[in-house]
Design a protein around this ligand. Structure first.
Ligand code: CUA
Length: 332
């Protein structure tokens, strides 16, 4: 009995230290979505019940150690009880009631959060886990993006979860519980960000060497900001001729086998869509900020940011990298 509460205390302590880490708040204790609040409440209930059991049992243990420790006085031994029906019934029935109550409350929470169909007025998104990045498709809006999921504040979001390769798990702790993305199966999850902000998440199922760098950012914004984001994402890639003619370079390299750019090339799809690459704050699924230096480093050697990334080192010359940088930075 003593070990489980201890683990929970450790978990609690670890989680609150994450909560103190500032913007990267991943704490389940700080929900901003009606899909996450019941999970926090259920945890607090279970934690409270087992906390009381822990205090009572450990308290009784410590009390009896002190009260009846050997003092060479035989008369102070505790009275022994043999075959007491009331006591045996009590320590059988009380745990059964506790376990059954927790079971019912848990089941009720699971069913209340489970949603197989999108509710009225929900934004529908398909999230696909890839080694090691997230693809987000808004089919109704004709948008495909990666790593960063934009949603309007206060509107339910219904996510269909799939996997392109191995099992991943979609987990944004402040918005919803975690649900696995399983090959050849579709799972569902919903959340509703009730505040404007950036909510961080993480793939929660070990899926290979770069599992830890398979991050999720959910950006919830005012509806008007979301709509302007949508309007921009729906545009095809802008034709901005660059001096180094980076578009020709891009089309001449193996980049096009994996990456799509709407209005330019759509034979890829294995890697993230780059049509609006520069509208994202991060690259490599949140592994690095989308800065000029990082993007250049990524083109030179993806392993330097994400060791084992499935984007190969293309052994590009400085001239090719200059041209690609110039082109990619027009994709806003
Ligand atoms: Cu994907 Cu872990």
């Amino acid at each position: 009995m003593g070990r489980i509460p201890l683990l929970l205390i450790l978990f609690f302590a670890t989680n609150s230290s994450i909560a103190l880490a500032g913007p990267e708040n991943l704490s389940i204790f700080d929900p901003v979505s009606p899909a996450a609040t019941p999970i926090r409440d259920l945890f607090m209930l279970v934690f409270g019940v087992i906390g009381i059991i822990f205090v009572i049992t450990e308290g009784a243990l410590i009390w009896s150690i002190i009260r009846y420790r050997a003092k060479g006085d035989e008369t102070k031994e505790p009275p022994q009880v043999y075959g007491s029906n009331p006591i045996e019934v009590a320590w059988t029935v009380i745990p059964i009631i506790i376990v059954f109550t927790l079971f019912l409350v848990t089941t009720r929470s699971i069913y209340s959060l489970d949603m197989q169909e999108a509710p009225e007025g929900a934004l529908k998104v398909k999230a696909t886990g890839h080694q090691w990045w997230w693809e987000f498709e808004y089919e109704d809006l004709g948008i495909t993006t990666a790593g960063e999921l934009h949603v309007p504040e206060g509107i339910p979001v219904f996510v269909e979860l799939r996997s392109a390769d191995v099992i991943h798990s979609f987990w944004v702790p402040r918005l919803a519980g975690k649900i696995d993305c399983i090959p050849n199966r579709e799972n569902h999850l919903w959340f509703q960000a009730d505040e404007v902000g950036t909510w961080y998440g993480q793939c929660a199922e070990f899926c290979g060497s770069q599992h830890a760098k398979m991050l999720i950012r959910v950006i919830s914004e005012k509806e008007v900001d979301f709509n302007s984001w949508v309007a921009n994402q729906q545009l095809q890639a802008a034709e901005i001729p660059t001096e180094a003619n980076g578009k020709e370079t891009f089309l001449s390299l193996a980049c096009i086998n994996c990456h799509n750019i709407q209005g330019v090339t759509t034979v890829g799809g294995f890697g993230p869509d780059l049509t609006h690459l520069m509208s994202r704050d991060t690259i490599a699924s949140g592994a690095a900020n989308n800065s000029t230096d990082n993007l250049r480093l990524w083109l030179q050697n993806p392993d330097s940011i994400k060791e084992g990334a499935l984007m190969p080192n293309m052994m590009l010359s400085d001239k090719e990298i200059d041209a690609l940088m110039e082109y990619l930075q027009t994709l806003k």
